[in-house]
Design a protein. Structure first.
Length: 222
């Protein structure tokens, strides 16, 4: 899952990004309203963390512009202001959730998990596909209850596929949602990652849909 953090406080931006990266997300960062607006309008994020008070352009204006442009990714806003009217304005601008500063990082991580699972139609933070369970709270992956050890790349891939299970995911979608802007997009590494992941899962959960991409699904009974 690929996230955008828009926060002008450099320390806070760094803390948010490193906590999110440790939790298995790919994170792009912006430090002012113009840059944040541009990235959110042009890149396909799974969720955005948006500070309300930003230089050049404030959070509410950015959010309004994204929603008017049809950008529907979940947005968690950060607000230093504890006035109820700011929260109402943020929700009316298209926010999905908010956290008031100062906050505990664990709360932000939990809210991001909730936004991502709601946006993809899941009710629990344990994502299940047949014998496969991905616990998004701690990044643990099991098959029939047995732990599977994955690299961070492999974890990102299985987490994206299981959030979108049953749907065919193209290679370009995987690249857009699993890598940051600097990734070499002509690379064929996705095939290699899928191959390794299949081997580690030890069963046929990831189907190749010829010419279209990959689909994670419960294997059909034979
Ligand atoms: Ca700020």
């Amino acid at each position: 899952m690929r996230l955008l953090v828009v926060e002008d406080d450099k320390d806070l931006n760094r803390q948010l990004c490193s906590a999110l990266e440790d939790a298995g997300y790919v994170v792009d960062r912006a430090f002012d309203g113009e840059e944040g607006h541009f990235l959110g309008e042009t890149e396909p994020y799974d969720a955005v963390i948006l500070d309300m008070g930003l230089p050049q352009r404030d959070g509410a204006s950015i959010l309004n512009a994204w929603r008017e442009a049809g950008r529907s990714m979940p947005v968690l806003i950060l607000t230093a202001r504890d006035r109820w009217s700011d929260k109402v304005n943020a929700f009316d601008s298209g926010a999905d959730d908010y956290v008031t500063k100062p906050f505990h990082m664990e709360e932000v991580l939990a809210r991001v998990r909730a936004l991502l699972r709601r946006a993809t139609g899941h009710a629990s933070s344990d994502l299940v596909c047949g014998p496969l369970v991905v616990d998004t709270r701690n990044g643990r992956v099991t098959i029939n209850g047995n732990p599977v050890r994955l690299t961070s790349h492999e974890y990102r891939l299985i987490a994206y596929l299981i959030h979108h299970q049953g749907r065919v995911i193209s290679r370009s979608e995987i690249i857009e949602h699993l890598y940051d802007q600097d990734f070499d997009r002509d690379s064929n590494t996705i095939e290699v990652f899928v191959g390794r992941l299949r081997k580690k899962l030890g069963m046929d959960l990831i189907e190749t849909v010829r010419g279209l991409g990959y689909r994670l699904d419960v294997p059909e009974a034979s």
